[in-house]
Each structure stands twice: as C-alpha cells, then as structure tokens.
Design a protein around this ligand. Sequence first.
Ligand code: HEM
Length: 511
Amino acid sequence: MDAVVNLQSTPVGTALAPAVIIGGISLFLIKKFVVDHKVKSPSNLPCLPEVPGLPLIGNLLQLKEKKPHKTFTKWAETYGPVYSIKTGSSTMVVLNSNDVVKEAMVTRFPAISTRKLSKALKILTADKTMVATSDYDEFHKTVKRHLLTHILGPNAQKRHRNNRDTLIENTSNQLHTLLKNHPLESINFRDLFEFGLFGFAMKQTLGEDVESIYVDELGTKMSRHDIFNCLVHDPMVGAIDVDWRDFFPYLKWIPNKSFENKIERMDIRRMAVMKSLVRRARELSASREGVQCYLDYLESEGKTLSESQILMLLWEVIIETSDTTVVATEWAIYELAKDSKRQERLYEEINRVCGSEKITEEKLPQLPYLYAIFQETLRMHSPVPIIPLRYVHEDTQLGGYFVPSGSEIAINIYGCNMDKDVWENPEQWNPERFMDEKSDSMDLHKSMAFGGGKRVCAGALEAMTISRMAIGRLIQEFEWRVTDGQIEDVDTVGLTSRKLHPMMAIIKPRS
Ligand code: HEM
C-alpha cells in the first residue's frame, strides 16, 4: 500500500490512485483465479504441451501481429501438432494437423459443439443468431436447413443458376469495358468482383440488387457503396476487434465504453439498413407471385422466426457470399497471372473442352486442371485460416492429451495445409499435386478449407461453382499478368485472410 500512499500526494497520483487500488485488488483476484484454475488431468492422459508465455497475460503479446495462423504454425514445429496457449486467463488448444482436426470435428464433436464469442462477435452476431456462430442446437439445425433448402443446397443451386450466369457475364463485360476505356491501366479485380458478389447476394436474399436506399432510422440516403460498407466491410473489421476484457472476463465490471459504443454503432447502422432493405423487398414481393428470394422463403417457412432473427439470417447470407469467394478467386488469378506456363495450360484445357463456346457450368466436370487450381489455391491461401473458435463444454481428449472443459479450440487450417508430413513443399503453389493418379475428389476435404463434420461450410458448393466459373471465364477471355512490384503479404480482415493489397493486373483480350 506504500506505493498508493506516495502516489496520492501528487496530482498525477490523485488520478492514478483508484487505478492502482483496483489494479492491486485485480492482481490478487487474478492470482487466486490462476491458482484455483490450474488444470490437472483427472484421467491418465498427459496434459497438453504448453507454449511458454508471461504471467497473467500468457501468450497475448506473442500474438499481436494479427496473423495468428502463421504464429501457430511456427509453434507447431516446436510443440507438436496440438498444444495449449494462454490468452489472458483462457486456455486455448491449438490444432495443426489433419488427424487431430478430424478428431475434433467428428469423434469428439459432442464435447466441442459450442462456441464462445468475443464481446464484438456477441454484438455483431446478435448473440449467436446465425448459422455459422450458433451452438449446435435446434436453432442451428433449423436455420441451416432453411439455408440449404432455399439457397445453398444442390436443388436450390439449380434454381439460382440464372443469377450466377449473370454474375459471370457482368464480370466479363465490365473487364472488357474497362479495357476499352482505359487500355493501358492495370485492373483491380477484387473491387469489381466483390461488388458483383454483393449484388448477387442481395438478389438471392432480397429479390433485387439495390442501387441506393433511404434509411429512415438514420435519416439518410445510402449509395450501394455505403450499403456495402455498412453490411459487409465494417462488420468484418469489427468482428476481430479486441476488447481486452475478452481475455480477463473476471474484470468485465471495468467499463470499456469506447469499445462498446463503436461496435454498437456498427450494429445499429447495419440493422437500420437491413430494416429499410427488407421493407422495400416486402413491397416488391407484394406485387409478385410465389417465393422469389430468401426473405419470401423465411416468411413462408420459418413461421417461428422473429423479425430480428429474419434480419440476421438474411444479413448472414449477404456477408458470407460477399467475402470468401472473392478471396479465393483473387488468390487463384493472382497465382496464374504470375505463372504464364500454368495459365497457358489452363487456357489450353478450356479451349480443348469448350472450343469457341463460352465456358458453362455443365463443362466444369471435364476441366480437372481448373479444379486442381481451385483446390491448390484453397490449400495455400485458405480464406478462413482459423475456424471460428469452438468451446469445450465437457472434459475430452485430443491427440492423446487431456483437454479440460472450459478450453477454447482453435483449428488452424493454414497449419494443417502447411504440414510437411502431408504436403511436399507446402509453401509452393503447385496445382499439379492434385492431378497425379493418387489424387481424387476427396482431396478437397484433405485441405479442409471448408471445415468438416456437422459444421462443414454450407456454401462450399456455391463457392466452388462461382469461383471456378470466374477463373475459367476470365482466363478464357484474357491473358493476365501482374504488374511489377506486388507485395505478396496477407491481411487478416475479420475471419478471412486476403491479399494485403488488391492484385493489380494488366490484361489483354485473347483473340
Ligand atoms: C471459398 C469460399 C469459402 C470457404 C473457404 C469457406 C469456409 C468455411 C469454413 C472453414 C467454415 C467453418 C466450418 C466449421 O466451423 O467447422 C464455414 C462455415 C460456413 N460457411 Fe463457408 N466458406 C466459403 C464460402 C461460403 C459461402 C459462399 C457461404 C454462403 C453464404 C458460406 C456459408 C457458410 C455457413 C452458413 C457456415 C456455417 C456452417 C455451420 O456452422 O453449420 N460459406 N465456411
């Protein structure tokens, strides 16, 4: 207490004193908490290897670079494919090999089927009101069924064929127009395709691709660009925003208003835009027959869903459609634009199968090299490098180690895909690895980019079709070359990892 007394005699000390007292009490509580929670294996199984960190904060400082998938992969070389770290007071078990990931997703799934969300995600997912972030319960099963039946399952995908064809046609037309108007300028494919996918998502969910809207609750008219920021960009950035209280839940009584206000503002704006879009979509629906979009479907089938649940489920499709597919497609075209030989090999394959006709979805099964390019891109540049954290709700085991309830599980897909025991020269982009005789269609699951088990990605079929069609069509019509001096680094935005700077490419129409 001496320090407190001395500090109190200065003006700065007057301000600091309460903080020091709180700090002193907190330290005592933390120490007690850590001692009380020191885990001992009640079974004969060994405890997990631990990555050494600092007292109280654990390994947090080692993770501040915001590319945890890379740090986790490096640690796996020393501590093995499964180990534990400390993020403040929480224990996180990190899985870095296919075998142990499959064990978590399938065999031990009943003990690891829930999620623990950060403060930001709790607000942005309206406390798990989404397929992707809910626990594995009746709500999850019902809403995943809705999503598959109306949008993402094989039959639903057949019904949305026109929208996909329009998306690919528009993307190609826009590139031709850009080339005609600015023949010497490099192309930012990401911006163009991201906007295309956003429009596609709005059509599937709300029945139309909205150009602008007046948002009553905010008293302002929003352009399509503003709507995109409110519904996609801002929540993506917010999703990984860190409230330090996430790591020290027993200090949650200390206010962190600026953080809460920022995320709550994002939530309010997003919901205001969604309400206006839905109001307009309902007016449109009233003038036409039958189920045209996901909103119509949810209103006719999901009678037990509340209005706010409907808004969240529609928003979920918009954000998921607008993000991961563009990440994968941009990486694939970037790799091809750097590698003229492989680009030529793909062009020849398409030429052989399609001749002078435009590539169509019917032709995709006859294009194994295109498929290999897509798979290899997902392996090397997994758009979701770490699966949203799972939570262990009863004691279990993984990789032969005891895993206590209360742990979080980080599934490091990137780490699995860089495993030297499974992949030869994993750091090289080499689609041919999926073309040899040993390779079969199951290899897509070997890269595990879409997760697995009961929580496997619901949008895998749509993403595979759209991405392969976009890559195929754009290579069929243009020759791609990256501009000089591109930095190949990764940026983790939200839960996905994209190229740090958008690919800038010079394109030339093929004759
Ligand atoms: C290349 C593109 C994509 C990749 C790499 C990808 C990857 C993933 C991954 C890793 C998961 C987590 C699985 C788990 O928790 O075990 C997931 C879940 C999910 N994804 Fe995707 N995804 C992609 C595209 C899409 C698209 C286009 C949609 C469509 C709207 C979508 C909808 C979902 C949903 C709803 C879930 C939650 C499934 C559940 O929890 O049961 N994904 N995705």
